[in-house]
Ligand binder design. Sequence first.
Ligand code: ACO
Length: 326
Amino acid sequence: MTRRSKLISCASYLPEKILTNNDLAKIVDTSDEWIAQRTGIKSRHMAAEGEKTSDMATKAALRALEKAGLKGTDIDAIFLATTTPDQVFPATAVTVQDKIGMGDKGFAFDLQAVCSGFVFALATADNFIKAGQVKRALVIGAEHFTSLLDWNDRTTCVLFGDGAGAVILEADDSGKGTKEDRGILSTHLHSEGAHRDLLYVNGGPSSTKSGGHVVMNGREVFRHAVKRMSEVVEETLKENNIDSSEIKYLVPHQANSRIIESTAQKLNLSSEKVVLTVDHHGNTSAASIPLALAEAVEDGRIAEGDLILMEALGGGLTWGAALVRM
Ligand code: ACO
């Protein structure tokens, strides 16, 4: 018997307001052409005044529960990846726990690995499930990233957006432990703190006693992203003894279409096998993978039994991948 964490539902939430590149060109010295050519981004969503990370996370979570025919009390744990919590504490996850009606059932906490957050949360939940401590988990990536932006800095403010995505994982002991069994086949996590200065927020309680804004060395982050994502993808394929041709869809972190294309090329995957949402979501950090996954499941591209590969790199630097049989 091999226990797997089976992905039984996924859903997302995007704020109503859409900010196009032309809208941004009215705020900073930029153009639709520059942003689209360098990043692939055309538009992104922005949370409404007063709309918090927990509000977006709760909406995505409730939709995932509804799709699975479950209620809050059917969940044992919430693993919420975010860089933009409602407050420094309590964890945004406990607000979601309350709002989805879990009461005092189980536990909920936040994880912070910036753009890699969802992969880190998925791996954490998977390990809790394999250890037998959790039977059913909500894994959420939710970001209010526009609140971290310096709207005078054209090198960063054009890149990010807001949103949330959620998946439900369930322990499944019915498989034989082969790559054909449904569930998470493997997860791979990495970090290298020596590069923390390439992408960071210039504030925090113990440094400036305040919040702060995103600061980024875009070129260097780009370089590391291409290298590390290819490495972690190769590591995943090797550990599972599979060829890239077996992958139905690559569901990458959505930062920049050029980074995604380069990873796909290295994998020999055609663009039809890559879920691309960066054009209409921008970079939503920890929310980007579950947002992309939910879109491809909802429009029927990804179906039960498909082998999908998720990968991400973010501030830290952190990076990782997850191979999942849907
Ligand atoms: N509009 C117009 N011009 C701009 C803008 C803008 N929004 N931003 C920068 N420029 C200018 C620069 O000032 C520079 O002008 P100069 O040559 O006169 O000095 C010129 O454009 C080129 O700037 P570069 O920074 O060299 O542009 P580059 O081709 O590297 O593209 C970008 C920048 C898009 C940020 C790219 O480096 C990138 O995507 N990096 C990855 C970073 C990323 O995605 N981070 C997200 C978080 S991490 C992650 O999720 C992977």
